[in-house]
Design a protein around this ligand. Sequence first.
Ligand SMILES: Nc1ncnc2c1ncn2[C@@H]1O[C@H](COP(=O)(O)OP(=O)(O)OP(=O)(O)O)[C@@H](O)[C@H]1O
Length: 262
Amino acid sequence: MTAPLLEVKELSKRFPAGYRRFRKVYDTALEPISFELYPNETLAFVGEAGSGRTTLARILAGAEDRSSGEILLEGKQLEMLDHKQRCSLIRMIFQDPTTSLNPRLRIRQLLEEPLKFNTNESKEERQKTVNRVLKKVGLLREHGDFYPHMISHGQRQRVAIARALMLSPKIIISDEALSGLDSSLRAQCVNLLLELQQNLGLSYILMSHDLGSVRHMSDRMIVLKRGKIVEQGRTMEVFANPQHDYTKRLIDEQMLTIERQV
Ligand SMILES: Nc1ncnc2c1ncn2[C@@H]1O[C@H](COP(=O)(O)OP(=O)(O)OP(=O)(O)O)[C@@H](O)[C@H]1O
C-alpha cells in the first residue's frame, strides 16, 4: 500500500483569548484532528467561516505553531525539516494574489525569490526555471518583466500558483485561492490545477467554501464545524449521501446559490 505523503495526528490549536478571574482562557480553533494525504490526491476541507481551515493551512505550511499533535511529511516530523526541505515538500497559495505578491517586484523577481535556497544554481539556470514555470501556468516569458499591477487578476493568481511551484513541491495547499475569481476565471484555474496535478503528480489540500470546486476537484473531503471533524469520506459519496445535518445544510446552501446564479 502507498505510504501517505502527509500524516496529521491529533492536531489541535488554541488561541489565547485573554483572562477570566485571573486565569488565562483560550479559544479552540481546532479540536484534535487526524487525517492523511496520499500522493496525487486532492483532499478538501469544507465548513462555515471560522471552522478552522485557515488555521490548519497555516500550521501545515509552518506559519503557525500548533498546540498539540504531530505532523509527518514523508514520514519525517515537520520540525525536523529545515525551511528549504519544508518548502520543497509543501507550499501554499493564498486567496488574494493582489496582497500576497509584493507590488515592488517584477513577476520574474517574485518567481526567483523561492529559488534563493538553491545557492549552487547560476543566474541563467534560475531564469530558465522561471521561464519554464511561466509556461506551465499559461503565462508568457514577457509577463516576467511586468509588475503585478500590470497584469489581470486571473494572471496574478497564475503567478501565485507559479510561485508555489518554483521549488517543485509535492503538496500545494490552497487557502480559498479560487474564491476571489469570477466563475469563468475560477473554472480556468481549476483546470490549470488539475492539469498541473496530472503532469507533475501533485497532491492538493483545498480549503474552500466553494463546494462546486470541491466537488469537481477533490477525491476526499473533510467537513469541519468549529474546529471539529463532523464528517469525512470520498467526495462523491459525501455529496450523494451526506450523513451529518451540518453537511446537508452546507450542500443545500450551495445548491441554492447555484440556482440563484442561473
Ligand atoms: N490569530 C488568532 N487569534 C485568535 N483567534 C484566532 C486567530 N486566528 C484564528 N482565530 C480563531 O480561530 C477560529 C478559526 O478561524 P479560521 O480563520 O481558521 O477559520 P476559517 O475556517 O478559515 O474561516 P474563514 O474562512 O472565515 O477565514 C475562529 O474562531 C477565529 O476567530
